[in-house]
Design a protein around this ligand. Sequence first.
Ligand SMILES: Nc1ncnc2c1ncn2[C@@H]1O[C@H](COP(=O)(O)OP(=O)(O)OP(=O)(O)O)[C@@H](O)[C@H]1O
Ligand SMILES: [Mg+2]
Length: 239
Amino acid sequence: MKGETILTVDDIHCGYDGVPVIHGLSLTVMEGEIVAMVGGNGAGKSTTMRTIAGLMHPTAGRITFKNDDITRIPAHRIVSMGLSYVPEARRLFSKLSVRQNLEMGAYTTRDRAEINARLDRVFDLFPILKDRANQIAETMSGGEQQMCAIARGLMSAPRLIMLDELSLGLQPSLVDKVLETVVEIRNSGVTVLLVEQLVQESLEIADRGYVIQTGAIVHAGSSSELLASPEVRKAYMGM
Ligand SMILES: Nc1ncnc2c1ncn2[C@@H]1O[C@H](COP(=O)(O)OP(=O)(O)OP(=O)(O)O)[C@@H](O)[C@H]1O
Ligand SMILES: [Mg+2]
């Protein structure tokens, strides 16, 4: 239901090989929102997403999805619970066709009719993928591959989708197109947590935002508050 909390990240700490990277990070996402987590290179955006997705586990803190504690749940089970993650750099199965990539995203179900219904939904959202259904993923343009990666993330029929750095390597006109699609995804009933280095562009489509710096949230607020904040503008928008 709109307005209820769908994701709570509560004071998590995590890192790699004992080196701490995230230092007590908290955030919440409400059902029906687009929330943007923005910040520069190495701030810890992808690490936070990987931790929420269950690909790594925090050393302290707690993550709640809907009403379930998912802090120690493995990644594949988190997907079946309705939380999907589209990692950075659109890792498609490069030798497989678009359709095969999409069907891989539906691995949580074996129901053929359900898989076909999901394919129809993502083809509605990305008509280009329907035309390219039999094309081998690696032969598509960067923008098409990004759409395929998002569509694959939607094939598990998530309640919440996390999108890491959609704009990476895309020309500005395509960035706008992909961000418009994010709004359509939300309008179709899927809550979105977005990670971006493009602070202004992503805040423009988001309801709320968090600014992350060296593993901690340094600013939080509505998108309009953050876009108007002199500190945020100076640090991230070159103004
Ligand atoms: N696999 C890894 N092993 C060791 N350190 C890592 C690993 N991945 C990331 N880090 C370190 O963790 C910190 C946060 O990295 P992370 O990838 O989360 O940042 P980011 O905000 O996503 O950056 P970018 O905008 O460049 O994608 C960085 O200092 C990075 O070097
Ligand atoms: Mg990253």
